[in-house]
Structures are given as structure tokens and as C-alpha cells.
Design a protein around this ligand. Structure first.
Ligand SMILES: Cc1cc2nc3c(=O)[nH]c(=O)nc-3n(C[C@H](O)[C@H](O)[C@H](O)COP(=O)(O)O)c2cc1C
Length: 427
């Protein structure tokens, strides 16, 4: 099931003045593009549609043009269109190129740089950000060829929204491949544009779908002292938490990042509170309340040393190693999830090595969270370089009545998708 959206018609001006070139390719999900056009326009975007020949087998240019209130471009070798606008101008006269649905075919052509129709030529000629909303049968999506193409495109800086888990419209098969819902795509468009445009103007506050919202993000490991020189730690780098703080700030949120010891630079436009231990992190998070959003990403140590030695513990010849008595640390996510000032949206990260989704689901209820982002951090999780300390992540986003597995992505991309999801949820 895709992550559920609260269908909201608020934030009416979030795309005011922006120009979206919408390429519709030939998938059954093309019917959803009609609703997508309506949603984009409702937020103030101008939508200029381009349709592949395949797309026209599913929805008519007449319906698309009527909803977009604009001319629909379909032909590369059209004398009038070429004199009038031209394919290069089409590719550049916009703030973002959105492909929804993006077929396996158009992704393959993009990955290869093929240009045999108007849509693929625009995609090669554009210098604007490109966002794809893939939609296809789960077998097509998981095929090694599509996986390779997706990786190539992600490496080329192409953004992705979805696909999610769900039932295929035509075959009834379940699996990953269902196009993201129109509101999720709108949120991803907002996020992508917020990244490429300044989020604040001199003398004005930050703008974006999360402007006016306060967010608290935790990141990194905690260090639990044994004595003044030794501590217990874990492999968390803080990359995921810092990227989420930055992504929320780009969408206009006022972000407090409570960070354990990391070697990363502070994200731009974010207030950073540095802590060492779990207890300090809990105190800093509670001090940052009230907030609208809490995203608890830090790998907080479960235990700390019960009696921290005041001086360096000495090694004496012939003596047994000193026993370490541990005591439980505060559960920060649970504290926030059940707090009297509980933020409207509470998201927790769960690093698991076994039964990732089942354990994530149990945590959701126990901790009072709205979403648990479960990641498999076991050595065999398949993520190159490992999740903890690495640059990539593969997560399953578990909601109260939803579950969505995202492909392996750069942590920045995971952050962008999560921020877009949060923006969509908060309307
Ligand atoms: C009924 C039907 C449904 C299809 N749905 C999809 C789809 O959801 N995703 C996809 O990648 N291809 C789908 N295809 C195949 C594409 O239409 C086909 O690959 C076509 O060449 C895509 O062209 P385009 O990418 O230029 O639009 C479907 C084909 C048919 C006949």
C-alpha cells in the first residue's frame, strides 16, 4: 500500500509563478496525470504538457490540454510547433521537467541518451531539474535492466518520486511499481523547486510548503563515557539526519538539529545543538519543544555506563578487566511520541538487523510515532558500503495503515523524499 496522503487543498500558492513541463509517457497510470495537472495548477503552477505516442493510447491530448489550459505538444517534426516554440525552447522554458508516469521505456531511453521522439529529445536537451514518477509492472521495475537505468539516472542527478507498493491497475499484481499519488508528486515538485530556488528573499522569512513549521531532527551517534578518556559509541555518521534537517529547511521549516558527535559540516539555515550523550540529547530535544515535526534519526545508545569513573581506569598487571555495569538510557522517540507537547508528526528511524519491517511496525505503536523509517543495517542488507556510516540507504517507511519500500538511494535523496512526504502529510 502506498503511504497514505491526507488529500489537502491547502498551501494554494506554493507553486505560484512556476512553470512545469509535464511529460506524460505511455503507462496505464497516465489517467492519474489528469488529476496531477489539476493539483499542480491549483497550487499556482503553469503546466505545459508533452505526450508520447504511447501516452495518447491511454488519455487524449484533448483531455490533457483542457485540464492544463495549454497547448499539448506531441510531435518532434512539426513545422508549426518548431517555428512557434521549438523543442529546445520547450526543454528550457520551464523551471522543472516532470515525467509522470515515467515508463520503463522512457527511463531506458534517458539512461542511453536516445532521442527518437519529442519527449526524449526534450529530456536530453533540458538544463532544468528533472523529476520522474515511474509507474510499471513490478516485474518490469525490479528487472536488472530497469534497476541499472534507475541507478544511472540517479547518478545523473535525476530525481525520483515513487514508485510505491500497491496493486497494479491492469493486472491486479501486487508489488513495487505503482505510481506515486498526485499529491506526493506535487510535494516532490515543491521540494525539488525549493532546492533549486532561493528559499528566502532578503528581508522576508523562508518560503516553501513547510514555512511557519518548526521541526526537531536528531542525528549522529551518542557517546556514553566510561571514564574521562573512553566511551561507548556506534558507527552512525550523522549523514542521514543532517540531510533530513537540510531538506526540511529547504522546504521552509525552522529546524533545530540536535546532533551527537559527528565530523559533518552544519547544514545551511539550521540551528545546531551539539550534544554527547543520550541524556543530553533528550534534554536538548525537550528544550526545543514545541514543534510541528520531530524526526528522530540519531542512533542513540540504548545503554550507558552506570558509574562513570572520575579518573582514567588503570590497567594493573595480573588483574581482571574491570566489569562494566550498564543502565538503560532514556528512549527519546517514545518520550516525544507520548509527550504533552507531542509534535503533530513524529517520525522515528529504526536500525534493525532482523525482521526489519515486523520490528518497525511494533515500534510504531510502542513509541507513539506516525511513521517508522526502518532500515536494515545488517552486513548482508545489500547496501553498498553498509548503511551505518555509508552514503546510501534502503528504507521501508511504515505508517499506521501504510508501508512503502523505497529503493536503495543516496541518503540525500532519502531525505528529500521524506521531507516531501512530511510536507504532503502536513498539507
Ligand atoms: C495496456 C498497457 C499498459 C501499459 N502500462 C505500462 C506501464 O504502466 N508502464 C510501462 O513502463 N509501460 C507500460 N506499457 C508499455 C508501454 O506502453 C510501451 O513500453 C511503450 O512503448 C511506451 O512508450 P513511451 O515510453 O514512449 O510512452 C503498457 C502497455 C499496454 C498495452
Amino acid at each position: 500500500m502506498p503511504v497514505s496522503q491526507s488529500p489537502s487543498e491547502t498551501s494554494p500558492d506554493s507553486l505560484s509563478g512556476t512553470r512545469v513541463l509535464l511529460i506524460i509517457s505511455g503507462g496505464i497510470a497516465a489517467y492519474k496525470s489528469l488529476d496531477l495537472i489539476r493539483r499542480l495548477r491549483a497550487r499556482g503552477a503553469r503546466v505545459r504538457p508533452v505526450m508520447t505516442a504511447g501516452a495518447q493510447a491511454f488519455v487524449t491530448p484533448l483531455a490533457v490540454g483542457a485540464l492544463a489550459a495549454d497547448k499539448v505538444f506531441t510531435e518532434l517534426f512539426s513545422r508549426e510547433d518548431e517555428q512557434d516554440v521549438g523543442h529546445i525552447r520547450l526543454a528550457r522554458d520551464c523551471d522543472l521537467v516532470l515525467v509522470a508516469p515515467a515508463t520503463a521505456n522512457i527511463m531506458a531511453k534517458m539512461a542511453q541518451g536516445l532521442t527518437d521522439d519529442l519527449a526524449s529529445t526534450i529530456l536530453l536537451a533540458t538544463d532544468r531539474p528533472v523529476l520522474l514518477a515511474p509507474a510499471m509492472n513490478p516485474k518490469m521495475w525490479s528487472h536488472p535492466a530497469t534497476r541499472r537505468n534507475r541507478e544511472t539516472l540517479a547518478g545523473d542527478g535525476i530525481g525520483f518520486v515513487g514508485p510505491g507498493l500497491g496493486e497494479m491497475a491492469e493486472s491486479g499484481e501486487r508489488g513495487e511499481g505503482r505510481m506515486a499519488e498526485p499529491l506526493e508528486i506535487v510535494a516532490a515538485v515543491e521540494a525539488r523547486l525549493a532546492k533549486t530556488q532561493p528559499t528566502s528573499l532578503p528581508g522576508s522569512g523562508p518560503t516553501g510548503p513547510l514555512s511557519g513549521r518548526r521541526a526537531i531532527v536528531t542525528s549522529g551517534p551518542t557517546h556514553e563515557p566510561i571514564d574521562p578518556v573512553r566511551y561507548i559509541a556506534n558507527r552512525s555518521s550523522g549523514r542521514q539526519g543532517h540531510a533530513i534537517a537540510a531538506a526540511l529547511a529547504r522546504l521552509g521549516a525552522e529546524v533545530t538539529l540536535v546532533s551527537g558527535p559527528v565530523t559533518l559540516a552544519d547544514p545551511k539555515g539550521v540551528t545546531v545543538v551539539r550534544v554527547q550523550t543520550a541524556v543530553e540529547m533528550r534534554d536538548a530535544v525537550l528544550a526545543a519543544l514545541p514543534a510541528d515535526i520531530a524526526v528522530m534519526v540519531a542512533a542513540v545508545a540504548d545503554w550507558r555506563v552506570a558509574d562513570v569513573a572520575g579518573g582514567k581506569i588503570k590497567k594493573a598487571p595480573g588483574e581482571d578487566p574491570p566489569p562494566l555495569q550498564l543502565t538503560e538510557n532514556p528512549d527519546i522517540l517514545k518520550t516525544v511520541g507520548h509527550h504533552a507537547q507531542r509534535p503533530r508528526l513524529v517520525v522515528g528511524f529504526a536500525a534493525e538487523t532482523d525482521d526489519t519491517v515486523d520490528n518497525g511496525r511494533l515500534k510504531l505503536a510502542r513509541k507513539g510515532a506516525d511513521f517508522i523509517v526502518a532500515n536494515d543495517v545488517s552486513a548482508g542488507s545489500g547496501v553498498a558500503g553498509g548503511v551505518m556510516g555509508g552514503t546510501r540507504n534502503r528504507v521501508t517507511v511504515i505508517g499506521r495503515d501504510s508501508e512503502e519500500s523505497w529503493p536503495e538511494l543516496d541518503k540525500g535523496m532519502v531525505a528529500e523524499r521524506l521531507a516531501a512526504l512530511i510536507a504532503a502529510r502536513l498539507g
